[in-house]
Design a protein around this ligand. Sequence first.
Ligand code: FA5
Length: 335
Amino acid sequence: MSSQDTLESALGDLERLESEGLAALGAADSPEAVEAARIEYLGQKSGRLKAAQERLRTLEPSGKRAYGQRFNGVKQALEAALEEARTRLERRAVAADALDVTLPGSRPRLGHRHPLTQTADELIDLFGRFGFSVARGPEVEDTRHNFDALNIPPVHPARDPLDNFYLSESTMLRSQTSTVQIRVMEAQPPPVRVIAIGRVYRPDTVDATHSFMFHQVEGLMVDRGVTMADLKTVLRLFARSYLGQDVKIRFRPSFFPFTEPSVEVDMLWHGGDRWVEMGGAGMVDPNVLRAVGYDPEEVTGFAFGLGIERLCMRRHGIDDIRLLYQGDVRFLEQF
Ligand code: FA5
């Protein structure tokens, strides 16, 4: 009778072990809690399952079989519950790393075009409306395009190594976009009506209106009967369209080897008490037309080259050219 009781109470203990173990593993909410439950129930040294297994020895032989079967069932149930608890935590860790679609979104920070690029795009648009298409030329130029074909002879002071970035005796970083005039005329017969926009390089001392690298917009129009009046009209129209109807510009007689006559174009700076040079211009010199195989008796032309930085500065009230190259977002954001 007493061995029967022992089996009964042993089976009862197994039952409790199972339900408590399943509850503990089911409730374990962290890797630490799962591990603690594992040690308590399935621990090899002093786990409760181990103790239940040892109890087998104390039972009457007649009860061993029933107890052993039940024990195996409990063991399998607890091992399965441990496995399940581990999988559950793993899944939750993966989910925590993944995108939480309930969080408020963070807006990507969109940039915009640099003010100089904006200016260049507007120039292309404006001159496009005057019938000018866009031409391009290389920044690494040969001295023939930068000087010779522009009627600048080898002895001319503009070719001084101190005033240019030479790469070799016959190649250089172009010092002006006038090079593109030559490239365009070499490539096509008249009539021509193009602008060229790009970087130019000069070892100038940097100050509020000078940089060693800057941008120019070159304009060239060659056709029958083109006159200085056309040049002045186009530049005035352009200045009013880009800088505002009230902008004041003036033309001063000047000299460029590749134009005759030549002028310098100034704009009244913001604040209104100072003239700043916007560019040079003039009627294409007959020598230049001849050098590219055009007949100066047939066609005439005008050309101009304007500093894009200064146009951009005048338009936006920027007082120092260096601001355009510093990449300071607080400055750039304003345009
Ligand atoms: C020229 O470069 C001539 N090629 C312009 C030209 C074209 C004349 C076609 C006739 C026919 P100039 O060196 O003056 O000219 O430069 C033109 C403009 O570039 C200047 O008026 C100024 O606006 C700008 N510029 C000149 N040097 C710098 C500099 N270091 N930094 C910023 N802008 C400059």
